[in-house]
Design a protein around this ligand. Structure first.
Ligand code: DC
Length: 212
């Protein structure tokens, strides 16, 4: 079983995807970590961030262990990840890993939950259940600030709000696999929902869709 969870930055899709995977005993993949890992590798290696060929090469030689590294979580890495995610050849290099994870989840478990921007539309258009998770700009900015504070990187609310807006516009308006809901996605607005309520709602939808 494949569950696709898409949505803009800091809407709660990662937390939701992780929670669903835990409840259902499925594997979880944060696909944004792939783009972040490429961005991180470029900065680490002193690669010119605007060099498209170099970005494509970095995605081809990606050390997959980097997706779990705390170093890829910063806001600067998120910005560069969004910028290089516009490059079609780079996206193509990351596609096999994601599809393979979906079809053969590690640990031999019965399903995969993948979160990102284009999982329900491009990576796994045949996913069994699709979600498009949103929240108000205000709620997303507040959550991201709390998350950054939790990691010891305090940030200013207005700056974070402006950064998220820029990143979302970039992710929505690109030509290659833009951020948008799949026609058959369940829309989940988490502005007024806490983590438990959002998870309960999502699991209800999965149960209805697949009798689990
Ligand atoms: O989910 P995140 O904020 O960590 O993702 C970082 C960037 O990676 C995001 O702004 C756009 C890109 N991305 C993408 O293009 N497609 C995905 N499936 C996931 C992330």
């Amino acid at each position: 079983m494949i569950i696709a969870v898409d949505g803009p930055a800091a809407a709660g899709k990662g937390t939701l995807a992780r929670g669903m995977a835990k409840s259902l005993d499925f594997a979880h993949l944060d696909s944004g970590a792939l783009y972040r890992a490429v961005a991180y590798a470029m900065l680490r290696d002193g690669t010119d961030p605007s060099d498209r060929e170099a970005a494509v090469a970095a995605s081809r030689h990606l050390n997959i262990d980097l997706i779990d590294a705390p170093e890829i979580r910063g806001e600067g890495i998120g910005k560069l990840a969004s910028a290089i995610a516009k490059i079609p050849d780079l996206r193509a290099n990351l596609l096999d890993f994601q599809r393979n994870f979906a079809r053969h989840p590690p640990g031999g478990v019965a399903g995969a939950v993948i979160d990102g921007r284009d999982i329900g539309t491009v990576v796994c258009p045949d996913a069994d259940v699709k979600f498009f998770v949103t929240a108000s700009d205000e709620a997303r900015a507040r959550r991201r600030v709390l998350e950054l504070e939790g990691r010891g990187a305090p940030a200013d609310l207005e700056t974070v709000r402006a950064d998220l807006a820029r990143r979302d516009a970039q992710d929505r308006n690109r030509t290659a696999a833009p951020l948008k809901p799949a026609p058959d996605a369940h829309l989940l607005d988490t502005t007024e929902l806490d983590i438990e309520a959002a998870l309960a709602r999502a699991l209800e939808i999965v149960a209805q869709a697949h009798g689990r």
